[in-house]
Design a protein. Sequence first.
Length: 276
Amino acid sequence: MNFTLALLAGLVLLLPGITALVSWNFQNVYHGAKRPELQLTSVTALFAALGIALAMHLLGYGLVSLGWAAAAQLGEASGHSVGPLIANPYDMAVALALGSAKASAASLFAFALTVLFECLMAWQLVTSQGLDIVFDEFDVRSQGWVFQHVVRPLRHGYKPIAYILTSTPHGEYGIGYQGVVADIRQGDNGELKSISLADPERFVYQVVHRKPDQPRLVPHIETHDRDWIGGVVVLDNAVIRNIVIQNIPDVVIEEVEQEAVDDGTAAEAGEEGGVE
C-alpha cells in the first residue's frame, strides 16, 4: 500500500514535466516536417520531465505561498481575520509525505487543482510562440537539413518549392514534379522517408548530354509536357532520384497569383467583348 501511494505521489510530482513532453510530441511542427521525437522512456526525456516538473513546482509553491500570505494580510487589514480556511496545499503535501500530519479533503483538492494548473502552464510554455522565438536559430528537434531549408523559411514568410526528379527514367527520359512542400517525413538518422507536394506540376525531364554544335556542354536537364495535376502527390524515397528546394517569399507568390487572376479576368472580358 505504501509503495503504491509512493508511486502515485511520484507520478503526481512528475505530471507537469510529463505534460510538457506530451505537448512537445503532439505539437504541430510547422507544416508537417516530421521526425521521430524523443521517447518518453529515454533517460534524456526523464531528466527533461524532472527539470520541468521541478521548475513548475517551484513556481507553483511561490505563487501559492504568495497567495496565502496576501490573503492573511488582507484579512488583517480588514479587521476580520479568520485565518486560512485550509492549510497551504504545498505545506500539507510536504507534511503528508513526511508523515507528520494528516491531510484534509479540501487541502488535497486544492493541491490537485494546483498541479493541474502547473500542467496547463507547462503545456502553454511548450506550445508558445515565445519559446519558438527563443530557439529560432537552434535545431532543437534535430531535423537537420529540413530545419534549414523548410522549417526556418516557413517561420519567416517563405514558401518552400520542391523540384523532384524520380529515379525511374526510361532511357534519358523521366518524370519530375514541382510543387509546394506540404509534408516531409524523416528517419532516425535524418534520411528522407517521403515528401508530399501540394498542387504539384508534373513534367517529363530529359538528360541532355551534349549538343552537336556544343560538344563541351556539360550535361543538363530539359523539361517537356508540363501539366498541373493538382491535389497532393506523395513520393517515397525509393523513387526519388534528386530533390532541390527553393524558398520563395510569400509576397512574390501572392503577386504572381494576383497577376494571373487579373490576366484571366482581362482575357474573359476581351472574349465577351468580341462575342458582342
